[in-house]
Design a protein around this ligand. Structure first.
Ligand code: CIR
Length: 257
């Protein structure tokens, strides 16, 4: 299936990014840009057409395009990010998405980051986190249920986003740090648990049948490979200093390009 990946370049202001669970250490802008380019190249090798959204040099978190929208086959939902500093990112994302999908928007008082939204088949798990509130769950449900999706709220504790704690790595396989979520809503799925020494290791980007996975978590990578995953390692250490992971840096659009 043709895939388009929307990305955005690493902004010059990245050292002013939002941080919630980690302390600030300097990010090497050149290194971050090189890692981001390698990430885009890995997506191209997997058959994605990479389209860059207009740069936003003064928006420190604008490389993390995942948070600005959720793309489904039928429509795209533009978010209202939980951090006020990130609200200026959505207009340009909506403009790029409009070339591919009908676009609808989440509105006040709801706040939601795309990093809190995990679709598995026709079930969409929405994390209730410091960025995403219950009003957003209700609005999101109203926008997508006519298209056959079931929206399930999940409590997130101790992680920035739902997808910091759980991501999909196979047809029904979830990679997770189950200590950071209420696991009850996921009953019936098969778990691969992160290695206890690597609590932040649950964010993997599934592209087709391949898993893009950070080099920072070798023990959990062994677990993925032992479970049969085809893994492509990606060094994202500079972007991790901005509390960003691999899913955050793209919006994947299926059936396009
Ligand atoms: C933020 O706090 O919003 C950014 N520094 C990191 C966003 C990472 N996005 C994601 O996990 N989806």
């Amino acid at each position: 299936m043709a895939l388009v990946a929307l990305t955005r370049e690493v902004p010059a202001s990245i050292n002013r990014c939002e941080l919630t669970h980690i302390r600030r250490i300097p990010i090497d802008g050149g290194g971050a840009r090189a890692q981001h380019a390698a990430y885009e190249e890995a997506l191209r090798r997997l058959g994605c057409g990479v389209e860059r959204i207009d740069p936003l040099p003064d928006h420190p978190d604008s490389v993390f395009v995942e948070d600005a929208a959720v793309v489904l086959n039928e429509l795209a939902i533009v978010t209202r990010p939980g951090a006020e500093s990130r609200r200026g990112e959505i207009e340009s994302v909506a403009k790029s998405l409009a070339r591919h999908r009908k676009v609808v928007s989440i509105v006040e008082p709801a706040t939601i980051d795309g990093g809190d939204v995990l679709r598995v088949g026709n079930r969409i798990f929405v994390g209730c986190s410091s960025r995403t509130n219950e009003a957003a769950v209700a609005q999101f449900r109203a926008l997508v249920e006519a298209h056959g999706y079931e929206v399930v709220a999940v409590e997130v504790r101790g992680a920035l986003h739902l997808k910091s704690a759980v991501t999909q790595v196979g047809p029904s396989q979830l990679l997770a740090n189950r200590g950071w979520i209420d696991e009850a809503p996921f009953a019936g799925h098969a778990w691969i648990d992160v290695d206890p020494a690597e609590p932040g290791a649950a964010n993997a980007l599934l592209v087709g049948e391949t898993v893009l996975y950070p080099t920072a978590f070798p023990r959990t990578r062994d677990r993925l490979q032992n479970a049969g995953s085809r893994v492509v390692p990606i060094d994202a250490s500079e972007l991790a200093k901005a509390e960003g992971a691999l899913t955050c840096c793209s919006l994947l659009i299926e059936g396009d390009g």
